[in-house]
Design a protein around this ligand. Structure first.
Ligand code: SAM
Length: 249
C-alpha cells in the first residue's frame, strides 16, 4: 500500500530542522517580552513539532516543560536533541491533542505555541488555552497574518484556498483581546526566519521527490515557497505575547 498524503507530509517534515517559520532569536525575543520577575516553573509547548522552540525555552528558563504534539516521531527527535544538550531532565514529551485541555493539565505559568494555533483555528485555540493557565499566566503564540491592508490578487487568491481564516495583524490582536487576554507585546518574525524555514523545506522536498516521485502534495508545497518569494512582504507571522486575567499568586 502506498503512503497517503498525510503520512508523506509528516515524513517530509521529519526531515526539516523545524516545522514552521521561527528561529532561536525570535523565541528568545518573545521570552524577553514576558513580565519581569514572572514565575516560570511550569511551561507547555503546544504543537511543538521536533521541539526547536522547546529547547530554547529549556535553555533560557529554569522551568519544567511539557512538550505536546500529536506526531510521536517529532517528539522522539526532541528527546534525542534534549539528551544531547543536557536538557532532558526538564522536558517531558506528551503525544496528545492540544485541543484536549483537560488531558493537558492546568495552572501553567506559560503556554507557548509557535505556528501551531492555526491548525485548530486561532480563535478556538486562544479560548480553549485560557483553561491551561494560572491567573496572570502568559500565552505566546505566533500566527500567519496580512501585513498589508491591500494584498495582491495572487496572494489573496492563494490564501482564500489555503487559509481562509487569514486576517490582518491588528485583527489578530483584537481576537486575542476578545478571548480575554491582555496583549503585552508583539513583533513580526523577520524574513530570515522564513528563508531558513523554506531552505529546510526545499531540501526535504528534493529528497522526498527523489524517493516518491512528483506528487500534488509536493507541488503545493513548492507553490507555497514560490508565493513567499514573490509576495513575502505582504504577509508573515506575528508573534503575540498575551496575559490571562487575574492576579499572580
Ligand atoms: C506548523 S508546525 C509547528 C511546529 C513547531 N512549533 C515549530 O515552530 O517548528 C505545527 C505542529 O502542530 C502539531 N499539531 C497540529 N495539530 C495538533 C493537535 N490538534 N494536537 C497536537 N499537535 C498538533 C503538528 O503535528 C505540528 O508539529
Amino acid at each position: 500500500m502506498s503512503p497517503d498524503d498525510s503520512e508523506l507530509m509528516f515524513e517530509l517534515f521529519e526531515r526539516t530542522p523545524r516545522q514552521g517559520p521561527g528561529s532561536v532569536e525570535s523565541t528568545r525575543r518573545a521570552l524577553a517580552l514576558l513580565p519581569r520577575e514572572m514565575r516560570l516553573e511550569r511551561v507547555l509547548d503546544l504543537g511543538c513539532g521536533s521541539g526547536a522552540s522547546t529547547l530554547v525555552l529549556a535553555a533560557g528558563t529554569k522551568a519544567q516543560i511539557t512538550a505536546v504534539d500529536r506526531h510521536a516521531p517529532f517528539l522522539a527527535t526532541l528527546r534525542a536533541n534534549a539528551e544531547r544538550q543536557g536538557l532532558a531532565a526538564r522536558i517531558t514529551t506528551l503525544v496528545a491533542d492540544m485541543q484536549d485541555v483537560a488531558a493537558l493539565g492546568a495552572d501553567f505559568d506559560l503556554a507557548w505555541a509557535e505556528g501551531s494555533a492555526y491548525s485548530i483555528g486561532f480563535e478556538n485555540a486562544l479560548r480553549r488555552w485560557r483553561a491551561l493557565l494560572r491567573p496572570a499566566g502568559c500565552l505566546v503564540v505566533s500566527e500567519l497574518v496580512w501585513f498589508t491592508g491591500r494584498p495582491s490578487a495572487r496572494a489573496r487568491e492563494r490564501f482564500a484556498i489555503d487559509y481562509p481564516d487569514m486576517c490582518h495583524e491588528t485583527t489578530r490582536i483584537e481576537h486575542a483581546r476578545e478571548a480575554g487576554y491582555t496583549p503585552l507585546g508583539s513583533f513580526r518574525l523577520p524574513a530570515s526566519d522564513w528563508r531558513t524555514y523554506y531552505a529546510g523545506v526545499r531540501s526535504a522536498l528534493r529528497d522526498a521527490i527523489a524517493l516518491h516521485g512528483e506528487r500534488e502534495l509536493y507541488a503545493a508545497l513548492q507553490r507555497e515557497c514560490e508565493l513567499y518569494d514573490a509576495c513575502g512582504d505582504e504577509y508573515g507571522y506575528v508573534c503575540l505575547v498575551l496575559q490571562s486575567p487575574g492576579e499572580a499568586a
